[in-house]
Design a protein around this ligand. Structure first.
Ligand code: NAD
Length: 481
């Protein structure tokens, strides 16, 4: 096993599970064991929450300048050890090593850099009053957070939540998916190397979401849950958190529309939309799950899209190789889900324009369906794989009705050189991010997230992302002598 027997990080100590049980994570391409990690249960979650609670007075009382300096150190350390995390992404997740550089590992460092900068600018407001009282609205850390992350962009999303919550002055227990357990422990090792970070400010436990995730969400000493994952799990977490009324930040699923107009720069549209659909094997919340193309440019778009697909298909292979553009899907169960959706598309009567299925387990190349109608399962559901759904349109009102008719509200894009008109149409989307001539441009400086069934609470990222881990506290001062 490349990574050997690993431990969890609780209160600054390296520990086994109370039960002594362990599980192994796998190399998704070869099926070999990568590392053994503790199988945490509720007793371990209790220890981690207690450690985070004990560290809260220490961490929350640090000045923003002190916090900022520590966050910057973590950012630098991620860059220094970047290669190691890119390799882990390739082995544990299947993301091509050279791609893991920018979207996952370097962006993880960017999260700490941005949080380090923004936390020095946290401010409150003074509210004028005529009643002889001064009102000061201050921002205070929520307290102890459970940070629960998904397996796509594993390091970026762990880093984002830890960076934002630390910047706010919170302490936390991080639980990543079992698939990425080694990555989470290696992240803990990196944090452990930062001497100035108090013991217990961050704790990392490894184990299944259905037990320790739910338990953390319901724990009486957890004040806030920062969750990114599927809408279904988001609902379970809300239910678990309801009896103790926790603050929630939830970034959930999406089925994001992109509408291409005849006056669009088609090369740009094809390059960007195919990139966001296939880059991480379609395992991205913001991928363009429904692409609507005007009939006047439909044939040209399809021809160019097919050429873009071929480039990705030619680069399907071992994620450790520098020539690889697409690796395997993250797991056998996810592979079965994605290939089932390809079967559903065929059963429901769509045209399989490009079939990306291969005989190699877990590998699916770019797959494109045309002649898709709204009743079909591939049109409605989040597939989270390299499967494009392309719909031909003629009437603008009709396509807007179609594009906005979905339970999700993560992101949407319009492709047109008439920016004013695109902006006007954008008013009709209930989404967290609306884009013109680009799609899903995530940046550590900008808050990102969804509305409707794609998310609730504060967006993640940027200055606003820190506020997701803070509460308002009003201080009133009598001015009477
Ligand atoms: P998931 O919901 O299955 O799991 C996410 C995390 O929740 C994991 O750590 C898991 O162990 C844990 N978990 C599972 N069941 C739990 C429960 N009952 N209680 C508490 N925790 C539990 O999601 P996934 O399959 O890992 O990730 C894919 C999903 O994440 C997609 O729907 C995608 O759209 C979404 N996502 C959203 C964003 C965003 O910014 N909106 C970003 C990335 C991924």
């Amino acid at each position: 096993m490349k990574y050997g027997n690993l431990k969890m990080w609780i209160g600054g100590e390296w520990v086994d599970a109370v039960s002594g049980q362990t599980f192994t994570t796998k190399n998704v391409t070869t099926g070999e064991d990568l590392g053994s990690v503790p199988l945490a249960d509720t007793a371990d979650a209790d220890r981690a929450v207690a450690a985070a609670k004990a560290a809260f007075p220490v961490w929350s009382r640090k000045t923003v300048a002190e916090r900022s300096r520590i966050l910057s150190k973590i950012a630098d350390e991620i860059r220094r050890r970047g290669e190691e995390f890119m390799e882990l992404d390739a082995l544990e997740h299947g993301m091509p090593k050279h791609l893991a550089d920018a979207p996952d590992v370097i962006a993880a460092s960017g999260n700490f850099e941005a949080a380090a900068a923004f936390c020095r600018h946290l401010t409150g407001t003074v509210i004028p009053s005529k009643r002889g009282t001064m009102y000061c609205l201050t921002k205070v850390p929520v307290g102890v957070c459970a940070l629960i992350t998904p397996w796509n962009l594993p390091f970026f999303l762990m880093a984002q939540k830890v960076a934002l919550s630390l910047a706010a002055g919170c302490t936390s227990v991080l639980k990543a998916p079992s698939i990425n357990a080694v990555t989470s422990v290696k992240f803990a090792e990196l944090l452990d190397s930062i001497e100035e970070l108090p013991k217990g400010a961050v704790n990392v436990i490894t184990g299944p979401g259905s037990t320790i995730g739910t338990y953390l969400a319901s724990h009486k000493d957890i004040d806030c849950v920062g969750f990114t994952g599927s809408t279904e799990t988001g609902v379970d977490i809300m239910k678990a958190a309801a009896p103790t009324l926790k603050k929630l930040t939830m970034e959930l699923g999406g089925k994001n529309p992109a509408i291409v107009f005849p006056d669009a720069n088609l090369d740009l549209a094809v390059k960007t939309l195919s990139h966001h659909q296939f880059n991480n094997c379609g395992q991205a919340c913001g991928s363009p799950g429904r692409i609507y193309v005007h009939e006047d440019c439909y044939d040209r778009f399809l021809e160019k899209y097919a050429a873009a697909c071929k480039v990705f298909a030619d680069g399907l292979g071992d994620p450790m190789l520098p020539t690889t553009r697409m690796g395997p899907l993250v797991s056998g169960s996810h592979y079965r889900k994605v290939t089932s959706y390809i079967e559903y598309g065929i059963e429901d009567g769509a045209t399989l324009f490009i079939d990306g299925r291969t005989d190699k387990p877990n590998f699916v190349g770019p797959t494109v369906f045309t002649d898709v109608t709204p009743g079909m399962r591939i049109y409605r559901d989040e597939i989270f794989g390299p499967v494009s759904v392309i719909v031909k349109w003629k009437d603008e009102d009709e396509v807007m009705d179609l594009a906005t008719d979905n339970v999700y509200g993560l992101t949407a894009s319009i492709w047109s050189t008439n920016i004013a008109h695109a902006l006007k149409l954008g008013e009709r989307f209930q989404v967290g991010t609306f884009s013109i001539n680009c799609h899903n441009n995530v940046s550590p400086e900008a808050p990102w997230g969804g509305v409707r069934q794609s998310g609730i609470g504060q967006k993640e990222g940027g200055y606003e992302g820190i506020l997701g881990y803070m509460d308002d506290k009003l201080i009133t001062i009598s001015l009477d002598e």
